[in-house]
Design a protein around this ligand. Structure first.
Ligand code: ACM
Ligand code: ZN
Length: 493
């Protein structure tokens, strides 16, 4: 018997004798007893029997679909008992840098469900575009969802630069995701990455300075002013509308890469630091974020933040921290106090980097538990982000995601004991052929477990695509700005 071409591979598989009749009937038995996402699948000659709760039954059908791709209408008889390793298995889509419209988001959701990924972290707001309709503040999308061109290196300058999701788009996407057992976690960045928001409402920034929607990548110093009471009210009104649109437990409130230059020069921010007796601007960021978090708590929500928000005082442990880069000692401290984290380390999990940097094999072999972390319970799951500065269309997204996202799905779903990384490429081949018939084309097979020679070529090509003279000059400017930040705050990055 050949290996079953399943991804993620089930926890327990027992292949018995014989094959089913062609297209056997499927009988479902609803049961809450197996676990929140678990299922049993019994394939005998005359029928297929499925047991699980609503999610488990859905996942059993996902498994059946993959078996049919391999075997057609008559399946080998077997028993499968399956349940995920982690409850949080996630993909992040950045809709700000390039805007893939609703229909394409729906296609991405199909791919997530195919691999039993149960979260979409939706990065809707960043310097380069504000992408969701907020009724209380129409300029957020009238002004903040448009930019003239992009300078992200040698990518198509005008494609998918503008656009936003209306409330009805979001409702449709949420309903589609729900049918596929996917929760959507919207992200609003606070307090940094706010150029698009401040282009629309500069009065929420420090000293009402005019701001433009940004057209290049990187880090900027356009922060919401933490010293003004209006800023808090403004954010909570946006959150109220997001809470209405996204009926889930978690809301991501960002917190990464907040360059404090303007806060240091702002009388309102400096007064707030003094009045509250705070140590510095990092402490001000944390005070502001905790205030937002308390508001979300009062609405029954859990806040997720990037690990930068650990700087300042000790972050309350009812936050969930998304680990992406640096702050190791702070993450250690947070988890030792009982805090939970999501694993999405840049140098393995970020899908916008080329295969030459890390391939599907690197993801398969990655350990969700950072080596400095002893308490396994601290990790609730894994996420692969797709930042879209250089992802201008869905074809590029498919290329970068497939098959690295399925590799992550296997890491997040399949227990270590049931893993067989060597067979991954053969298993994925069957799925890749099916995807092609659906117009979904990932990277060619030689990139999945890439050779050192091809890796070098791939990295060089990527480097050339990014580092135009214009882009390099912009990066140098930003690096100098961040060097000042590191000097002031002693950040290791
Ligand atoms: C991040 O990549 N700036 C979270
Ligand atoms: Zn300010």
């Amino acid at each position: 018997m050949t290996k079953l071409h399943l991804i993620p591979y089930p926890d327990k598989v027992n292949i018995t004798c014989g094959y089913t009749v062609s297209n056997p009937p499927v009988r479902e038995f609803f049961s809450d007893e197996l676990g929140p996402e678990a299922y049993r699948l019994l394939i005998s000659e005359k029928e297929i029997f499925i047991e699980g709760n609503t999610t488990g039954i859905f996942y059993a059908h996902c498994t059946l679909k993959q078996l049919q791709l391999q075997f057609g209408d008559s399946l080998p008889c077997m028993e499968i008992e399956d349940a995920p390793r982690f409850p949080y298995r996630s993909f992040m889509l950045d809709s700000s840098r390039h805007f893939l419209p609703k229909e394409e988001v729906l296609r991405l959701l199909d791919i997530l469900a195919f691999f039993k990924i149960n979260k979409l972290h939706w990065h809707l707001i960043d310097d380069q575009g504000f992408r969701v309709e907020i009724a209380a503040f129409p300029k957020l999308t009238e002004i903040g969802a448009k930019r003239g061109r992009s300078h992200f290196g040698l990518v198509d300058e005008y494609k998918n630069n503008c656009g936003y999701f209306t409330k009805s788009d979001v409702q449709e996407i949420v309903a589609y995701a729900k049918e596929r057992m996917i929760d959507i976690i919207p992200e609003i960045e606070i307090p940094g990455h706010e150029s698009a928001l401040l282009a629309a409402y500069p009065e929420i920034g420090c000293q009402n300075a005019p701001v433009e929607v940004v057209t290049t990548g990187g880090i900027f110093d356009n922060l919401i002013c933490a010293g003004k009471e209006e800023s808090f009210t403004f954010i909570t009104k946006i959150l109220d509308e997001l809470i209405e649109l996204f009926p889930y437990e978690m809301i991501h409130i960002g917190g990464d890469e907040a360059c404090k230059r303007k806060w240091r020069a702002c009388p309102d921010c400096q007064k707030k630091i003094k009045d509250l007796g705070l140590k510095d601007e990092n402490a001000l960021q944390q005070w502001f974020v905790v205030k937002i978090h308390d508001y979300l708590r009062s609405k029954g929500k859990t806040s997720v933040v990037w690990n930068d928000s650990l700087r300042g005082e000790k972050l309350p442990t009812d936050f969930v921290v998304q680990m992406w880069m640096g702050d190791i000692d702070l993450i250690k401290d947070f988890t030792s106090r009982g805090g939970k984290i999501i694993q999405s380390t840049t140098t393995t999990h970020y899908l916008d980097y080329p295969y030459g940097e890390w391939d599907a094999k690197a993801l398969l072999n990655s350990d969700p538990y950072p080596d400095f972390l002893k308490d396994a319970d601290s990790v609730i799951g894994i996420e692969c982000p797709l930042w879209t500065e250089r992802v201008v269309d869905i074809e590029r997204a498919f290329y970068l995601m497939l098959p690295r996202l399925p590799a992550m799905a296997e890491c997040a779903w399949t227990s270590k004991a049931s893993r067989d990384n060597k067979s991954f490429c053969d298993r994925y081949e069957t799925i890749a052929e099916y995807f092609k018939t659906q117009g979904i084309e990932g990277a060619p097979r030689e990139y999945w477990f890439i050779s050192p020679e091809l890796a070098k070529q791939d990295k060089d090509a990527h480097h050339q695509m990014i580092y135009t003279p214009e882009y390099s000059a912009e990066m140098e400017r930003q690096e100098a700005m961040m060097a000042v930040e590191r000097e002031i705050y002693g950040d290791e990055r």
